[in-house]
Design a protein around this ligand. Structure first.
Ligand SMILES: Nc1ncnc2c1ncn2[C@@H]1O[C@H](COP(=O)(O)OP(=O)(O)OP(=O)(O)O)[C@@H](O)[C@H]1O
Ligand SMILES: [Mg+2]
Length: 254
């Protein structure tokens, strides 16, 4: 398996607060790596740093995409290289229809827009194309519907790396199974997935997992192992305990 994303010793500070500390992780082509951790531990910040959002410039560390260091690239340049992000809170686009939104993805790749391609992407996320293609992406769609449509827009772009920021939040069980199907589709296309979540159920869809606590990776392993650790041993801790805890854990992680 070829290496797709390599993050080495990444530190991020936002407004004088240390957000990510010494993060190292790797995603191979066609592989799903889950990042799990409690609220506020830095999961979304990690995705934003990989995507290159404004202010999310690392203080230290390197991000390699297919062997090339990308920290100096803009969001657009990273997107052109095939890096995509499905937001935790999907955007609303007043006056833009589902059809137009999905078409943008195809056009950006120089592909012809056909009804078949649009419909196929929507069906993948359990959205009935006939009912939704001409609807606006605004407050008239539910949060779960917008999340699924955003996932369809990423599928259609056939990215090399996709970061899914809590794809399970606000979606029902049917859609949850669909996320599993979408991840299998990405695997078939050899796309790497960074799956961000704070629910253990999602780890079933991953090949590898890392547990982040307060901006630091405290454990890496197979999803079953990490899921169990998260369930039974990852309890809220005071700063002092945390430092004790991470010193031991981090040494083991290496
Ligand atoms: N611009 C900012 N300035 C200062 N602190 C920030 C900024 N953005 C985020 N943070 C802080 O960084 C920490 C990590 O936030 P982040 O959104 O990455 O967490 P998360 O793991 O995605 O949480 P959740 O599970 O709730 O989505 C939080 O404590 C948050 O308050
Ligand atoms: Mg988040």
């Amino acid at each position: 398996m070829n290496s797709l994303l390599n993050i080495d010793n990444l530190d991020l500070t936002l407004e004088n607060t240390s957000i990510l500390r010494d993060i190292s992780l790797e995603i191979n082509e066609g592989e799903t790596t889950a990042v799990i951790g409690p609220n506020g531990c830095g999961k979304s910040s990690l995705a934003y740093t990989i995507m290159g959002l404004k202010d999310y410039t690392p203080d230290k560390g390197e991000i390699f995409f297919k062997g090339e260091e990308i920290s100096g690239y803009s969001i657009d340049e990273r997107a052109k290289k095939g890096i995509t992000l499905a937001w935790q809170e999907p955007a609303r686009f007043e006056g833009v229809t589902v059809r137009e939104f999905l078409s943008l993805g195809l056009k950006s790749r120089g592909e012809q827009v056909t009804e078949k391609k649009l419909a196929r992407a929507l069906r993948e996320v359990a959205i009935v194309p006939e009912k939704y293609l001409d609807r606006n992406i605004d407050e008239t769609l539910s949060g779960g519907e917008r999340k699924r449509i955003e996932l369809a827009s990423i599928l259609i772009m056939e990215p090399e790396l996709v970061m899914l920021d809590e794809p399970d939040s606000g979606v029902d069980v049917v859609a949850l199974n669909n996320i599993g199907n979408v991840i299998s589709d990405f695997k078939k296309e050899n796309t790497g997935v960074l799956l961000i979540t704070h629910s253990e159920e999602m780890l079933d869809f991953a090949d590898k997992a890392v547990l982040i606590c307060k901006g630091k990776i405290i454990k890496k392993g197979n999803p079953g192992e990490i899921s169990e650790y998260f369930r039974y041993e990852c309890t809220p801790c005071e700063d002092e305990d945390y430092e004790k805890h991470t010193k031991q854990e981090v040494e083991n992680v290496g």
